[in-house]
Each structure stands twice: as structure tokens, then as C-alpha cells.
Ligand binder design. Sequence first.
Ligand code: TYM
Length: 336
Amino acid sequence: MEANTVKKTMLSGIQPSGDLHLGNYLGAIKNWVGRTEAFDCFYFMADLHAITVRQNPADLRRRTLTQLAQYVACGLDPEKNTLFIQSHVRQHAELGWVLNCYTMFGELSRMTQFKDKSAKHADNINGGLFTYPSLMAADILLYQPDFVPVGADQKQHVELTRNIVQRFNGVYGEVFKMPEFYSTKEGARVMCLTTPENKMSKSAPEGCVFLMEKPEDIARKFKRAVTDSDTERCVRYDPENKPGVSNLMNIYAAVTGMSLDEIERAFEGQGYGRFKPAVGEAVIELLRPIREETERILKDKAYLESVYKNGAERAAYVAEKTLRKVYKKIGFVPRG
Ligand code: TYM
């Protein structure tokens, strides 16, 4: 991803359906921070997406605001990044509807996240869960971004968005810019600490490290992290045969900036006993300032409100321009 003199655009979002965890941070947020020199940046709380699964209203509200405070605490300056709540910008729902009509049933049926979630919530396989990817395409395309920094699990949705762009532009001309998926190798797929075959997720809390978690709990989770039953017990990168240790190495690499080779050399001959607490320590030190800053920001409700109000205003301005263009192209009569 090169940054040149003309500012490009970057956009991403996270559902406030659970507390943010290390997977969200390393897979997504870490790649959002420090980009404002080269990019116009839009980051949002995807609350419209969150209700595809039943949410407790008070929890949803609390988590949405906490997530906003965490974005800021992670280093996203609201003066330089447009931070907003998805439901405040009605153009998302409007373009989402339009794009539903340009997304095929077969495409939506193939989405892994839909299959996973409908298996997990068999009593609530609603229309929104199924058409979720066309709303995500709308989130993206309203802002005409060059890059969408997300974890590997979202790549399929970005690919679908690209198909929609091709289909739509094929009929109406160059309306949407083609967005690209962006991720980093170490952070793209953070795995569960207890079952390293699965991705880290809030649904397995013992294998998941939350951004607001206390240092002693983080230390315990890393000490108990499942490593591998091989006899050599050495710190060596081999995702196929040593998924547990390889996951810890990826986490350590993403947090410290060391390469996998450097990590192997640094822990040569020391076994897992030294390595696991070292990863825990590095994560604790990464998260400590984020947690403290989030707690501080959350006390200032007026500040948070000003951030999301300004963000929604800036986002809506850009989103409306795209939506108008789309409505015109498809033949809707302008209201004047
Ligand atoms: P969501 O809310 O499930 O996850 C938010 C971000 O965190 C990343 N992520 C991970 N990365 C690495 N390892 C993990 N274990 C891990 N778990 C989660 C996700 O890849 C994602 O980047 N549909 C999206 C939200 C969304 C969106 C958008 C994203 C809605 N509209 C438009 C980008 C652009 C989702 O469910 O992510």
C-alpha cells in the first residue's frame, strides 16, 4: 500500500456486539492508526450490523459508546479521523437497500459469516443476517475508499463488494471506486488461546483477551494458553503442526514489531515456560494505556457526544454525495 501526495481514503468498522478484543485490535484498529497524513480516514461503530443478532438495548448503547472511546484511546484523533455511529448516517441503510438489488442470492448464500452465524443463532436466521454483506458494501462504497483494513475473516465480504462494484459500474459507468482489502500478515488472523484452530472471538472468553481486561487476567490467560503437545517444546513457527505457539508468535510479532526469525532466536533453548509469560507481558503493556485512556474518556460524556455528532456530520456530507449520484444513475426522480 503506497501513500502518495494525493490523499487516498481508508474506511473500516466494527460491530458493537461484544467488547473489543485483541483480534479486533491487531486485525483491524492497529492498521487504522497513524494514517491521517496519507489518507482521509473513516471509522465507525457498525450498530446496524449488530442487530442482525438479538442485542440487549442498554448493552448495545453502552458498548457503542465504549467502542468510540476505545477508538480514540487507541490513537485515532477525532479531529483528523471521521469517527461516527453507523445508524446516525441514514445513507448507509438507503444505499444498503439499493445494493441489495445488485447482490445475488447465490453470492449471499456462500458467505461464511452467514453460515456460521445462522448455525450459532438457529432460532433467529433473519433477513438482515442474510443481506448483511450488501449493507457492508454500502458502508464501504458511500465513502469511495481505496483501502478497507480488516482481518482475514472479512476478506470474503470485501471481495463481494468488489463484485458489486463491477456489476454496478458495468451498467451505469464509473460510479464506485474499486476498494481493496488491506491487512498485515501477523495480525490478520489472531487465534483463540485455548483452541488455536479457531479465531479469537468473544464467544470463547477464556481464549480471548479483551482490551479492557485487568493485567492479572491477561497474564493468566497467556500462561494457560494451549501450546503444542510435541516433544521438542521449542519456540518455532509452524502453523500447521504447532498452531498454539505459532499464534503466540504472531501476536508477539504484531505487538513488538519483531520478525518471526528474531523471536525464534530470542527464545532459542528457553521452551514455552519463558515465552508464554513474555507474550502476556507485551500484551499487558500494549493494552494498559489504552484501557486507562478509555476509562478517562468515558467519564466525559459531553466530549464523546461532540465526537460522534461531528463525525456523523462529516460522514453524512460525503455519503450524501455518493448516494445522490447513485439515485440519479438508477433513474430516481430528484426531490429538487
Ligand atoms: P467484526 O465486528 O466481526 O470485527 C471487526 C474487525 O476485527 C477483525 N477481527 C479479527 N482480526 C484478526 N483476528 C481475529 N480473531 C479477529 N476477529 C475480528 C475483523 O476482521 C474486522 O476487521 N462486517 C464487519 C464489520 C463491518 C465492516 C463494514 C468492516 C461492517 N461494515 C465496512 C469494514 C468495512 C464485522 O463483522 O467485523
